[in-house]
Structures are given as structure tokens and as C-alpha cells.
Design a binder for this molecule. Sequence first.
Ligand code: ADP
Ligand code: MG
Length: 257
Amino acid sequence: MSKIIAIANQKGGVGKTTSAINLAASFAALEYNCLVVDADPQANSTSGLGLDSKEKRYSIYHTMIEDIDPKEVIVQTQYDYLDVIPSHIDLVGAEVEMIDIEEREIRMKKALNNLRDAYDFIIIDCSPSLGLITVNALTAADSVLVPVQCEYYAMEGLGKLLSTIKIIQSRLNPQLVIEGILLTMYDVRLRLSNQVVEEVNTHFKEIVFKTIIPRNIRLSEAPSFGIPVIAHDAESKGAVSYLNLAQEIIDNNQMHK
Ligand code: ADP
Ligand code: MG
């Protein structure tokens, strides 16, 4: 069984990319075969996994627009069980190119379905928008993980995101479920952080992950070395929390290797 998880929130800077890289690296550390699909032209998860994001390579967009075989766009990382489909800043115009093509919302789904046999988890790192590429990601996915930053305006835009998910469920992907809301950048010392945890739990009780990701310097340093936090400092709170999240998702889904 394989599971495709889209990490989405149209708000920027909430921890989508950090979660994509480190959740995937945690699954890999637990020996689950994992693929990260970088669906953001900013290419932060591409560079965060050690690839030169300026190098021209095939990307997920090539499978969607030019019908390139998805197997040809996969790049291996330096870690066992962890591959990536990279992105590139040039792809910022790809969304516009897709407007006229047929079946434009289900292109990513078709590409990724061909890869299900090869992976236990496919993690899609979405861009901070609800545009056509994100619609493709939500249509391709089995579930969506929504990071919410423990900061001011944490819940801002969540209503819009949830109504977009409802539209996708009714028109394009009835199977789509919410994997969970993930509280990120939590600071135990801040009253605000604790208020956000309380507020999100009050509104969304059943769908909030038990694991909370703390604000942790190692998590913010790791991308500058092009490595996941687990390779930067495996003992850090950041590394441990993403391993806990991976285990929580494995348990929730009763995933077996
Ligand atoms: P998004 O992909 O949603 O835009 P990022 O994952 O890139 O968000 O995170 C935004 C910034 O916050 C980045 O500089 C990242 O390193 C930092 N960051 C994310 N999560 C944490 C965390 N738990 N602790 C400390 N810094 C974090
Ligand atoms: Mg990002």
C-alpha cells in the first residue's frame, strides 16, 4: 500500500517545506521508501535535500505538461529510501501554460499513480497558493497535511483552505481526507504559542496531530547545509519531533512495510 500526502497551506512560512523534508527523511530513517515531490517553483525542498536548485532538470511539471515519464524525473538523494522529484524557479510560469491543456486538474494524479508501486509514501510540498498546481496536488493526494504556525493570525486562511479541500473532494477527489493539522514552531515559553494550540484544538479537535513541532534552531539551520535535520543533529528536538510525527502517521494508517 502506498500513501500520497500533500502538504498544503496557502500561507507562506508556516513550515510546509520543513515538514515535507523532515517528515520524508523520518519515514526514510524508519526504512519506508519515500519520495518528495517539490511542487513549488521556489524549489526549497529541492535545495533542502542537497540538490542544486539552479541546475536544469526535469521536474514534476514536465510530467504534467510534456508527458515525460515520471520515472525519468526522479533523482536519488544521498540517503537510503529517499528520492526527490525536483523543482526549478523557471517553473513559475508553468501554471499559465497549463490553462489550455486537457484534463489539467488530474495531470499530477496520472503521473504519481505510476509511481505508487515504488514507494510507501509520496510527500508533495505545495507552493503557498491555491492555484492549479496545488489543485493538482490535492487531486493526486490521498490525504492533506496542513501545517499551522503557532503565531499571530495562525488560523487566518484556514477556512478558505478547508473550503477548497471540500470543493476538491466533491469535484475531483472524493477519496481525499485530512491527514491532520500540524502545529509548528511552538514555543513553550510563549503565551501566544499556547493560546494557538488551545484555539486550534478547540476548533479542529479530532484532526490535530498529537505531535507538536517546536521552534528549534537546528530545523532552521539544516536547509543551509542541504540536509534534513536528522542528518544535522539527530538528537535535536526538531529531529525527534518529526520522527514522532512520522510514527504517528504510520500508526494512524496502520502502514506496514
Ligand atoms: P513554508 O514552506 O510553509 O513557506 P518553511 O518550511 O520554509 O515554510 O519555513 C519558513 C521558515 O521558518 C524557514 O526559514 C524555516 O527554516 C523556518 N522554520 C520552519 N519550521 C521551523 C521550526 N519548527 N523551528 C524553527 N524554524 C523553523
Ligand atoms: Mg515552502
